[in-house]
Design a protein around this ligand. Structure first.
Ligand SMILES: [Zn+2]
Length: 404
């Protein structure tokens, strides 16, 4: 009963060894039992068997294994087929409940290495379980409702190994990840989207940073999609320009040394000492102070009602390009080139804030795992963490749920 098995299966032998902390359960079926053909379900007589073993959930502190001979049936129509065990998926060395336990650990942030140590199985076997369930549940995903997509990249290893994430911006879940960050990345996404019932023509919006490769790829592969440039990315461009102005100026004005965050942070996030410096310098004739005022005006764009936004950005552009501050002029020109995508925010309301959150979860998991040996492994972890996948496994209830 505890194993949840039913006719014709029965426990025929139990071996318990307290010294080796081991419990072995032998299951079998009576001679002459019938089993359904795995293809058509027709009841057939078992004519031979195949010995197998599975690791099961521990019985208290004792490692528990199931052993059984799996029947093979000879169906008139489908020939010889091995009948699956109800407690495990075909070919697996663990029972479904044991796999469910592994998946529960993994979904809650344990690394495969840590799971491997905890359950005493090699981490290759743990990875195989994770890979199987991620793959199987992704295969069932339906992307037909997807219309708004966010794109962000994350690094796998030092150097230039990038993995790009694609998220459904309405369901807030990662739906695709792939190695690289060039325009073929977008092509790969389109292919995967269509393999899951999605329609490239139904994608109305992308939220991205100002990557040339992504802009090109989206233009070619998603003809109905408008691009929104993530506002955090827009602000970062101007912030970088402010910092360039400050670094050049501090050579002449030592009081600007160590004031980087005075200018980059919003006022409400200043520490007391940062606020003091800011109050003293913000209205000064310093170039850095002027650059900062220009930055503030760009930030205020996002507080404007949609109908005032184009005029606000035009006035800002005029001011910035007449600032005589080279980094600011350069930033303004970058923004001009991407004008439509900056303005699109007022319609789409999209930003990559939630993807930044996913990115930090992914990076934290990577740090716990001390990196991944392959992109394949990293992708599995990303789907586990951020894919909101449905693994279709029995529920593991390690502690009894009390019901009256
Ligand atoms: Zn059959």
């Amino acid at each position: 009963m505890a194993l949840g098995i039913s006719e014709p299966w029965q426990v025929v032998k139990i071996e318990f060894n307290a010294e080796s902390h081991r419990l072995d359960l032998y299951l079998d079926f009576p001679e002459g039992s019938n089993f359904p053909c795995p293809v058509c379900g027709k009841s057939c007589l078992a004519y031979d068997t195949d010995e197998r073993s599975w690791r099961h959930l521990n019985f208290f502190e004792h490692l528990t294994y199931l052993h059984a001979r799996l029947p093979r049936v000879k169906c008139d129509e489908h020939g010889v087929k091995t009948v699956g065990a109800p407690w495990a998926r075909p070919g697996a060395g663990f029972t479904l409940l044991f796999e469910a336990l592994i998946m529960t650990f993994a979904k809650n942030g344990m690394t495969p290495k840590a799971i491997s140590r905890l359950v005493g199985e090699h981490d290759t076997r743990i990875w195989r379980v994770l890979e199987h369930y991620v793959e199987a549940s992704r295969a069932k995903e339906d992307f037909s409702p997807v219309s708004m997509v966010g794109v962000d990249e994350t690094s796998r290893a030092k150097g230039h190994t990038y993995v790009t994430l694609f998220a459904d911006m309405e369901k807030h879940k990662v739906i695709f990840t792939t190695e690289g960050k060039d325009h073929t990345t977008i092509e790969n996404f389109r292919q995967d989207l269509e393999e899951h019932g999605g329609d490239a023509l139904k994608i109305t919006d992308f939220s991205i940073d100002m990557s040339k490769a992504f802009i090109k790829g989206i233009g070619e592969k998603f003809e109905n999609a408008a691009i929104t440039f993530d506002k955090f990315h827009v602000i970062k461009i101007i912030n970088d320009a402010v910092d360039k102005v400050r670094r050049a100026e501090q050579k002449l004005c030592p009081e600007l040394k160590r004031t980087r965050y005075v200018w980059l942070k919003n006022e409400e996030n200043h520490t007391d000492s940062q606020r003091e410096i800011y109050e003293e310098l913000k209205d000064s004739t310093l170039k850095t102070a002027r650059a900062c005022r220009i930055k503030d005006m760009l930030q205020k764009l996002y507080e404007r009602p949609a109908e005032d936004a184009p005029a606000h950005l035009k006035r800002w552009y005029f001011w910035a390009t007449h600032s005589r501050l080279t980094p600011i002029i350069k930033a303004a020109k970058t923004i001009k080139v991407h004008w439509d995508g900056v303005m699109r925010w007022f319609e789409s309301g999209l930003n990559n804030g939630f993807m930044e959150g996913i990115n930090s979860l992914v990076q934290a998991a990577k740090a716990r795992a001390r990196g991944y040996r392959s992109t394949k492994k990293m992708k599995v972890m990303i789907y586990l963490i951020a894919g909101k996948l449905n693994f279709d496994l029995p529920r593991v209830m390690p502690y009894a749920t009390h019901t009256k």
